[in-house]
Design a protein around this ligand. Structure first.
Ligand SMILES: [Fe+2]
Length: 237
């Protein structure tokens, strides 16, 4: 089983697939990679969006996708929620989790201070709602680029870490060195394509899996697939 946990392929809801034809092209890329489950994670920005409106627009886009796609891929609804220190106060925060689970894909601001106050407000999601945050594309944040071990406090609090497939396949000395640190220190739990469009931000999980296998061996691939399975079956980490 292969799952893409982070996608923007629902048509017309965010800066991802603009229409159904782009969604379908992204889905054929997923199929070509052997993906059988796709989690639909459109952006939700609590600072500027209304939850009810988001859920209604997501449902309508999902209906369009289901009517237009007849392939074998199964879908789970989800969201990529932008961090706010008030997230735990939101009434329907649990409804943003990956469908059928208590796992929430959480995006941090790129320049966020990963200080104790921030960590605590993220961990309130678990303490008050039983929600398990998955930090989206951990390799994108300034603080993490400076020092990956800043993620340790999130890990102690039960968070999981997702890395984008394109980061894994990126060539170059610095990219390789950074990837090695992420893997060796255990900060690559889950992979996602974070696909937005079929040309520039494609749905390509398989090349990343092959590269991880090539660089670090079969074990890391098994661990990622195992962690993905745990998330989808809502087992405790
Ligand atoms: Fe994303």
């Amino acid at each position: 089983m292969l799952c893409d946990l982070h996608t923007h392929l629902l048509p017309g809801v965010d800066d991802g697939a603009a229409d159904l034809s782009e969604s379908l092209r992204l889905l054929s890329q997923e199929e070509a990679c052997g993906v059988d489950t796709v989690v639909l994670t459109p952006h939700f920005k609590p600072q500027v969006q209304n939850s009810e409106d988001f859920f209604a627009r997501r449902a309508a886009a999902f209906e369009t996708l289901r009517e237009g796609y007849s392939g074998p891929i199964e879908f789970r609804l989800g969201a990529e929620v932008l961090y706010s220190k008030y997230l735990a106060n939101m009434e329907r925060i649990g409804d943003f989790c990956i469908e059928g689970t208590d796992y929430l894909l959480l995006e941090m601001p790129y320049h966020a201070q990963f200080d104790e106050k921030t960590v605590r407000s993220v961990l309130r999601l678990f303490d008050e709602h039983g929600i398990r945050p998955i930090l989206a594309h951990v390799e994108r944040y300034d603080a993490v680029l400076r020092d990956v071990s800043i993620l340790e406090r999130f890990r102690e609090g039960g968070c999981l870490f997702q890395v984008n497939a394109a980061t894994v396949t990126r060539k170059g000395f610095f990219a390789g060195r950074f990837l090695k640190r992420l893997v060796k220190e255990g900060y690559l739990d889950l992979l996602g394509s974070d696909c937005h469009d079929p040309e520039h931000r494609k749905a390509e999980i398989a090349p990343a899996i092959n590269r991880l296998r090539e660089l670090f061996g079969e074990q890391i691939v098994r661990e990622i697939l195992g962690a993905t399975e745990m998330v989808l079956s809502n087992q405790r980490w």
